[in-house]
Write a protein that binds this ligand. Structure first.
Ligand SMILES: *Cc1c(COP(=O)(O)O)cnc(C)c1O
Length: 399
């Protein structure tokens, strides 16, 4: 099918939940993707920070093909080899002692909220159930995670929402100190707010949050769904802050493109998820964990984090020197290869995204006036340079 045929069919039978771009992508390799009419694009969004190794990385493709002829699904009634291997690897390379596999970021966060409440309840503190989150956060679209999300727009029309969530301004340690109390089960924060506009945690903010949690017997949950799997230059973003949470969640980049989520926790907390407390039919299934195992092994063994950090430095240099020379940009933010460019005077980020698409570059937005870049961590400097030439042209035309 060509672009038009795919789009017509798509609009006919799918619920209209997404305001999609008028584009159907049918093929990808590395940083490049192709549409139904055979046109090539450089992908600086990676399926929203998912394809961290680039599209169709051979190690991931091979693992999927090998697993697909061996065993696709058995359920968690049985032990699963790649699931166990992936869990062991994640406990080796992160703070976590134990892992639970889900199918998405929202599900991993839903699990984190349940685990925090169950942990407090197991200690005889059933009233200690409140979860403190940040305004402008994003934690997912299930009822509990959209409630945890500090943005009103995702909640409209879905009342009644689960009870027990409090919100504080991000990066405001005094507000957090005022909100965390004896009834707080957990504080849930993103190390870098992706959807909320690409805002990094201020130096020391996460460490202070952990300290407050420890003072009040609350747990620190880090939502690393977008930042995890190397996106900010370390496997988990919290490593760079020297902060060890009690719980962290991952999803987007973990599977190299397949749907998988993970709930990571220290032993003391993980023990609260005893038999029968939490479950999923698909979570950790052989196909997805085989892919994620290959993706994670590749990520940590093939200098991909180093490439992320050096490509990031190059990208930030380019963006910052351009920002210094144009009135069109008010700020360049982010970390690693999760970068937000705030357009001046509430500039229209969606219009810039569309123009870049016309010129063969896929990027995203993070709020109305922020252009978001999240290329594969394997992106090379010539690809960044090519994007920058076009990005500068577009912003200069506008101004
Ligand atoms: C994308 C995202 C989620 C939700 O993940 P889904 O897989 O879409 O459910 C949760 N938290 C953060 C920080 C995210 O970026």
């Amino acid at each position: 099918m060509n672009n038009k045929e795919i789009m017509e069919l798509s609009d006919k039978a799918l619920m209209p939940t997404y305001a999609r771009f008028p584009l159907a992508l049918v093929k990808g390799k590395g940083t490049r993707v192709w549409d139904g009419d055979g046109r090539q694009y450089l992908d600086f969004l990676s399926g929203i920070a998912v394809c961290n190794l680039g599209h169709c990385h051979p190690a991931v493709t091979r693992a999927i093909c090998e697993q697909a002829v061996k065993l696709l699904h058995v359920s968690n009634l049985y032990h699963i080899e790649p699931q166990a291997e992936l869990a062991a690897l994640l406990t080796e390379i992160t703070f976590a002692d134990k892992v639970f596999f889900a199918n998405s970021g929202a599900e991993a966060n839903e699990g984190a909220i349940k685990l925090a409440r169950k942990y407090q309840s197991d200690k005889g503190l059933a009233d200690k159930y409140r979860i403190v989150t940040a305004s402008m956060s994003f934690h997912g679209r299930t009822l509990a995670t959209l409630t945890a999300t500090g943005q009103e727009k995702v909640k409209v029309g879905f009342a009644p929402l689960p009870e027990g969530f409090d919100y504080v301004p991000y990066n405001d340690i005094d507000a957090l100190a005022a909100a965390v109390g004896d009834d707080t089960a957990a504080v849930m924060l993103e190390p870098l707010q992706g959807e909320g506009g690409v805002h990094t945690a201020a130096p020391g903010y996460l460490a202070k949050a952990l300290e407050l949690c420890e003072q009040h017997g609350a747990l620190l949950i880090l939502d690393e769904v977008q930042t995890g799997a190397g996106r900010t230059g370390t496997f988990l973003a919290c490593e760079a802050e020297n902060v060890t949470p009690h719980i962290a969640t991952m999803a987007k980049g973990l599977g190299g493109g397949v749907p998988i989520g993970a709930l990571l926790a220290v032993d003391e907390v993980a023990d609260s998820f005893g038999p029968g407390t939490h479950a999923t039919t698909f979570g950790g299934n052989p196909l997805c964990t085989a892919a994620a195992l290959a993706a994670t092994r590749t990520l940590i063994s093939e200098h991909i984090l180093e490439n992320c950090r050096s490509a990031s430095e190059y990208f930030f240099d380019k963006l910052e020197s351009f920002a210094a020379s144009t009135p069109a940009i008010s700020e360049v933010r982010g970390k690693g290869l999760l970068i937000g460019v705030e357009l001046a005077d509430n500039g229209d980020a969606a219009a810039v995204v569309e123009k870049l698409m016309e010129k063969g570059f896929l990027v995203g937005t993070a709020g109305p006036s922020v252009v978001r870049f999240a290329p594969p961590l394997t992106v090379d400097k010539s690809e960044i340079a090519a994007l920058m030439v076009t990005f500068e042209e577009i912003l200069e035309e506008q101004g």
